[in-house]
Design a protein around this ligand. Structure first.
Ligand code: ZN
Length: 65
């Protein structure tokens, strides 16, 4: 089980249902965490005020590799 680093609330993340880049929010304190790794599960806190994702999103249906 993964706990919120801020308040230790159980974040209840199922690693089978998330992938790198997903953002999860803590129900208790409202902190948001970006998933930066799933094996092992690694979270990076999303700081408010950073909006670098705004015009940088990718179409997940496109295959461009
Ligand atoms: Zn929390």
């Amino acid at each position: 089980m993964t706990s919120c680093p801020e308040c230790e609330n159980n974040l209840d993340i199922d690693v089978d249902e998330v992938e790198e880049g997903d953002v999860v929010a803590c129900d208790e304190c409202g902190s948001e965490y970006e998933i930066v790794g799933v094996d092992p599960l690694e979270l990076s806190k999303v700081e408010e005020g950073i909006d670098e994702d705004e015009d940088d999103y990718k179409d997940e249906d496109e295959e461009e590799e």
